[in-house]
Design a protein around this ligand. Sequence first.
Ligand code: ADP
Length: 393
Amino acid sequence: MKQIIDNTFLFAGSAERISTLINSLKVGVLLQGPQTEILFSNKAALSMLGLTEDELSGMSSFHPDWNVIHEDGSSFPAETHPVSIAIHTRKPVANIIMGVYRPVTKDRVWLLVNAEPLLDDKGRVKEVICSFSDITERKAVEEKLNWLYQSLEIRAFELATSNADLERFLYVATHDLQEPLRMVNSFTQLLKKKYSKQLDEQANEYIDYAVEGATRMKKLILDLLEYSKFSTNNEELVPTDMNIVLRDVSLKFFKELKESGAELIIPVLPVITAIKSLMVQLFENLIGNALKYHSDSKPVVQIECKVDGENYLFSVSDNGIGVDPKYADKIFILFRRLHGNSEMYEGTGVGLAICKKIVELHRGNIWVESEQGKGSKFYFTISAKQNPVYEKL
Ligand code: ADP
């Protein structure tokens, strides 16, 4: 070893000092001859390859005990080993990743390998310095990340496919159901119109039930169709003056407000980045419910909005019948209703599910705070950060 160091580095100084220096390196170092035979190995190299100095000494890259693979698992022929390439080309080879199965323990270590040829006066390769570091841990983390990434991709693909399938199913079902439903509806009505005098009271009552059922089913299908449209909404988020949104919505309820004497209180509202048609629908559903689920007192519906951290916090409160807090989450689920189909509270249970979709499309949340018999307050947030016109209220 002394001779090699002297020959190689022509270093004026103690060979022991250099030997200590090389052995203290955390990088594996091999000095290989022109036939790739190992002439010298430092401590780090022995520990990474799991061999003693005697076992390693003289071994060439072509020794049958070496089992080396590429990153993709294919075998790494000795003639493509960085040291062989450096000998062949007389040029350095850098950063080659090799999976080396330790000859004794047979476990695998991943090495990042460099080879530097040392040339004599005539330009012939005298020796090659092969240096390498252990990147097994880094590879394990990379592999884990890769695996996670791939499973995420698969999951995202599965979700996108099943969502697309569901939407298609919903759309086809709602469209195709309309035709037979129209037939049931019109023929039962025709039956009633033409034969009601010939039928007894009970038969007429049955026909009424059939007409009522068909009408209700039509309403359900139309609402479902409305709900299914949301995932395909590709209107752009634009600055939307919420004062105009609320003006349009209150015009829609004008007649109802006048007839019931209900009060709708609307403050000055901000301009937010949103899809205007969806904001109209959101407020229509919430105000519609606030008026529908009224108590015996005159309905008072109050809209509020304030800045809450990075969000606008909107609320619609009423003095109606309220919601039992234990159902506060359930009422946002499609077709979930807390009331039967009484004349007073007609509905299909789609309205709040649509509200939830609209709010989530704007990256916000929606919830209700309420006590039975004491009115309800529906809250929803819309990010103020995405809003160019971000003003304190
Ligand atoms: P629908 O009104 O058609 O039943 P929604 O999805 O709009 O469907 O509402 C779901 C349920 O939530 C309603 O059936 C009702 O029980 C309850 N609900 C919604 N809004 C209010 C409100 N303002 N006050 C009391 N209950 C409400």
